[in-house]
Design a protein around this ligand. Structure first.
Ligand code: I3S
Length: 127
């Protein structure tokens, strides 16, 4: 699972590499564009970063925030087969009408993300 040790002072963070595409934005279907992101779950925010240059993990590479989503009031579940031909795909829906697919070829990795995202959505549901 491509991830790195948690940085100090951020015990609640989860991070790792995930493939992601938006499928709906503001309630409208958009064309898929699968891209690999360094993904960080921090509280109720899910951040998608594109790495700049080489290296891996927190040290040795610069991160550029591409965009983030707010998980409050959102939902996460395994995507149905008609959403993608890929294996291990999660579907994330936000309260703002965005739908994303998240994917990893590593099933342990995606199971960990499923757990962490479900927990984050449940924890922050009523804020
Ligand atoms: O759900 P779709 O439209 O079959 O998704 C596939 C397409 O987006 C395809 O790109 P084109 O826009 O060039 O047709 C992507 O390359 C595929 O990865 C998409 O399907 P999967 O099943 O990989 O999510």
């Amino acid at each position: 699972c491509p991830s790195s040790p948690k940085p100090p002072n951020s015990p609640s963070e989860k991070c790792g590499t995930l493939n992601m595409t938006k499928i709906t934005e503001h309630g409208k279907k958009v064309r898929k564009n699968w891209t690999s992101y360094w993904t960080i779950l921090r509280g109720s925010s899910l951040l998608f970063n594109k790495s700049q240059g080489g290296g891996s993990g927190w040290f040795g590479r610069e991160q550029k925030l591409e965009f983030s989503v707010d998980l409050k009031g959102g939902s996460v579940d395994w995507a149905s087969k008609d959403k993608s031909s890929k294996k291990h795909v999660l579907e994330l829906k936000t309260r703002q009408g965005m739908e994303l697919l998240l994917q990893s070829d590593n099933d342990n990795c995606i199971n960990d993300w499923h757990k962490a995202l479900t927990e984050a959505v449940n924890t922050h549901a009523w804020e």
